[in-house]
Design a protein around this ligand. Structure first.
Ligand SMILES: Cc1cc2nc3c(=O)[nH]c(=O)nc-3n(C[C@H](O)[C@H](O)[C@H](O)COP(=O)(O)OP(=O)(O)OC[C@H]3O[C@@H](n4cnc5c(N)ncnc54)[C@H](O)[C@@H]3O)c2cc1C
Length: 324
């Protein structure tokens, strides 16, 4: 069973966790960064990698995945250990004040402090009924790289922001795009709905998937109108099921950490009720909390600097300036 020895274990490799990995390196701490997803980037990479973000300090506009790539690059000189595809399952405090973190794949991290940057928890896409057989063979739940849909006829299922954003982003890449939604009301931003209605994307309401066809890969989808039961089969090679994600705090609930609803309660040092366990980013809760990337960055800096003092009580909270 692989075992890692580090100063700080960061649970969650979203923007807050990645920035924490940089900051911990800057403070001279050895870091392990865990995530249940196969790639770093949290909500940004999983839900909106191609969207532009306008409210991150220093970037007037930045594409979601580019921000993540820059964060990975910023942490890289300190060589954090990435444990991806690994859900943190157990957290045990040891008698000497250090911790043992165990993942669902039975890897163990012995760590002197812990920072939880778990966002909205581990999230998994809401499945398309009977879609299992085609997952990864033309059916995707999010589109990490737009060019996987190059020159394909694409069916997008859903009525939220993701469905409409994928349609707009893929319009010049795919050969054709059809969006189907089971109702005639959309959760997507009004402006995106208007832009889709004015685009070449075909929009069908009160329409659902009846069956996906294909041998090895998706070759077509039979859809039906849920009011008239009228059916038709579309020839498509790509299906994007944008039905939303289920998120779950999962194992965190059993870690003796004070939880408020779906969030972790922290003090002004970003420390939880368990000494040595800190939290930052979307997962934290306190009065006036705002869930934004920029807020997570600040909280991560506060958490890591205070974790440095937990690890070495002679260390200073203020790290000094990074400018060289
Ligand atoms: C469509 C959309 C658009 C947005 N636009 C903006 C915007 O323009 N500007 C802005 O500031 N914010 C925006 N946000 C919000 C922003 O994405 C979040 O504030 C940000 O992602 C929070 O970062 P985080 O690192 O705290 O958490 P997350 O990004 O949620 O990352 C948490 C990570 O922790 C992992 N994790 C959780 N539990 C475990 C566990 N037990 N073991 C291992 N891994 C675990 C998850 O898999 C996930 O990868 C948007 C959100 C959405 C959904």
């Amino acid at each position: 069973m692989p075992r890692h020895e580090v100063d700080l274990t960061v649970i969650g490799a979203g923007p807050s966790g990645l920035y924490a990995a940089y900051y911990a390196g800057f403070r001279g701490l050895k870091v392990a960064l865990l995530d249940s997803l196969p790639e770093p980037g949290g909500q940004v990479s999983a839900l909106y990698p191609e969207k532009m973000i306008y409210d991150v300090a220093g970037f007037p506009a930045v594409r979601g995945q580019e921000l993540i790539d820059r964060l990975v690059e910023q942490a890289a000189p300190y060589d954090p250990t990435y444990l991806l595809n690994q859900r943190a399952e157990d957290l045990e405090k040891q008698e000497d004040g250090s911790f043992l973190v165990r993942t669902h794949k039975d890897e163990e991290v012995h760590t002197r402090s812990v920072l939880i940057t778990g966002g909205i928890g581990t999230f998994t896409p809401r499945p398309l009924p009977d879609g299992d057989a085609f997952e990864g063979r033309g059916l995707v739940y999010f589109v990490p790289k737009l060019d996987v849909m190059q020159d394909k006829d694409v069916l997008i299922v859903g009525g939220g922001d993701s469905a409409f954003d994928w349609a707009l982003n893929l319009e010049d890449i795919a050969r054709s795009i059809t969006i189907i939604h089971r109702r005639d009301r959309f959760r997507a931003h009004e402006d995106s709905v208007r832009r889709v209605q004015e685009s070449t994307v075909e929009l069908k309401t009160f329409t659902e998937v009846a069956q996906i066809h294909g041998d090895e890969e998706v070759e077509g989808v039979t859809i039906f109108n849920n009011k008239t039961d009228e059916r038709e089969t579309l020839k498509v090679q790509g299906v994007v099921a944008a039905l939303g994600f289920k998120s779950d705090l999962g194992p965190l609930k059993s870690w003796d950490i004070e939880i408020d609803g779906r969030n972790v309660v922290v003090d002004t040092r970003m420390e939880t009720n368990v000494e040595g366990v800190f939290a930052a980013g979307d997962i934290t809760e306190y009065e006036g909390k705002v869930r934004l990337i920029s807020v997570g960055f600040g909280e991560s800096a506060t958490a890591v600097n205070n974790a440095a003092v937990y690890i070495d009580p002679d260390a200073k909270v203020f790290p000094g300036h990074s400018s060289g």
